[in-house]
Design a protein around this ligand. Structure first.
Ligand SMILES: Cc1ncc(COP(=O)(O)O)c(C=O)c1O
Length: 426
């Protein structure tokens, strides 16, 4: 190591967080230009351009953007005619906003346990929960690891269920060489700041079905335009996160962020109403033009983003299995694109402490319905999905983004070496 690097390392010690690396300084300059000019902030041509490029990359005929992935799911369910008395099968753990989108249509979420090999839906358990009212099988490619789609599609066709893919974690993942999201009737993705690419908030739905696409577009056209002030706050957060996640600054910025606690001024992804399972005001909103432009720039760099994530995940897989961890299993035909790499540890707070301050490990999922004030708000019955409940106590997730270098991988693996990572038989 050169003297200059040693001095820099001393003054600004390296520290990486669970997110970062997808945005560039040039993206921030584009965000700044929108902020300063206020031209085409909310409406503009980037939305259609982004949707066309997204459809191409996702292997679909149509794509329709929204303010968030959750609204895309809601629009999809309405477009499929799902409502009162219908049942939607979905796995836990998931995010509370997924259950909310189902509940807001009047339908009932029916929770299915995950497997501990992949943290994806347990299809045998899903089959046991099918009733005459079951209409939809929602397949979440958790952490970016594709569901066994051959088995899932066979189950759905046997029971005449509509398949929707939750690809929120899985942009760039493929199955038999085809992008996930192109297997079911429709899929939804997210570009919220913790995902594979970031527009601070954002969601997009894809489908090949022209009738469904027309209903989605009609719904979207009826949604409110985002306000200029909200868009400005998202753009400011976009630039702030680009700077805050820099490994040379993250240690300090993280400390300031945590000191601010819940009082920090940056906009939040999920409102208090949503955390309690209630429907917030301004739920039905479109994506702004400026955010579409930022997502489009990152979409064009997706291959290098995914290549890096695959490299990092493969290194974790090889190194952690060598020291006795059970690493997530991919289905035979699946090529995952891990947005984060999940690892089971016996003592999660201890593992997170062991990796700090060099690396801040993620702790998705901390609940079967992530972030819910209580899973009861999503009508989840305690004890009904024991593996998901255990996963929500024991998972840490390792960053896979482009800021992670080989020395970070070494640091993470050494911090986990010697800790108990054995999964119980559940
Ligand atoms: C698995 C999963 N699906 C859906 C969502 C919702 O996405 P969005 O925040 O874009 O509404 C999340 C949010 O983190 C998620 O983790």
């Amino acid at each position: 190591m050169t003297r200059a690097r040693r001095v820099r390392g001393y003054l600004a010690p390296r520290c990486v967080g669970p997110i970062g690396g997808t945005t560039t300084l040039a993206d921030c300059m584009v965000a700044l230009r929108y902020l300063l000019s206020r031209q085409e902030l909310v409406e503009g041509p980037a939305i259609a351009e982004y949707e066309a490029e997204f459809a191409r990359i996702a292997g679909a005929r149509y794509a329709c953007s929204f303010w968030a992935g959750r609204v895309g799911l809601y629009a999809l369910l309405l477009g499929l005619g799902i409502g009162r008395d219908d049942e939607v099968l979905l796995q836990v753990p998931t995010h509370v906003v997924v259950a909310n989108a189902i509940r807001y249509t009047g339908a009932r979420p029916v929770y299915v346990d995950c497997t501990l090999e992949s943290y994806n839906i347990d299809l045998a358990e899903a089959e046991r929960r099918i009733t005459p009212n079951t209409r939809v099988l929602l397949l979440q490619h958790t952490f970016g690891n594709p569901v066994d789609l051959d088995a899932a599609l066979e189950l759905a066709s046997r029971h005449n269920l509509v398949v929707i893919e939750d690809c929120v974690h899985a942009l760039g993942a493929t199955y038999r060489g085809r992008p996930v999201g192109s297997f079911g009737r429709a899929a939804f993705f997210s570009t919220e700041e913790t995902k594979t690419i970031s527009s601070t908030m954002g969601g997009i739905v894809t489908t090949d079905d022209p009738g469904l696409a027309a209903r989605l577009i009609a719904f979207r056209n009826g949604c409110a335009a985002p306000t200029a002030s909200q868009t400005i706050r998202y753009l400011v957060k976009f630039i702030a996160y680009h700077l805050l996640t820099k490994p040379s600054l993250h240690r300090f910025t993280r400390a300031i962020y945590e000191l601010g606690g819940k009082r920090h001024p940056l906009p939040r992804a999920t409102s208090h109403d949503e955390l309690r399972g209630e429907r917030p005001a301004n739920y039905e909103q479109r994506l702004s033009n400026a955010q579409a432009a930022l997502a489009l720039r990152q979409l064009r760099r997706l291959p290098s983003n995914i290549e890096r994530r695959r490299h990092v995940a493969a290194a974790y897989g090889a190194r952690l299995s060598e020291i006795g961890y059970r690493v997530p299993r991919a289905a035979d035909a699946a090529e995952p694109a891990f947005v984060r790499y999940p690892i089971w540890v016996e003592d999660r707070p201890h593992a997170i402490r062991a990796a700090r301050p060099r690396v801040l490990l993620g702790n998705w999922f901390t609940s079967v319905l992530e972030e819910a004030a209580s899973p009861e708000h999503g009508a989840y019955e305690a004890g009904s999905c024991p593996r998901a409940e255990a996963a929500a106590q024991h998972l840490v997730n390792l960053p896979t983004h482009a800021l992670i270098d080989d020395s970070d991988i070494d640091a993470i693996v050494s911090s986990l070496d010697g800790l108990d990572g054995l999964q119980p038989a559940l």
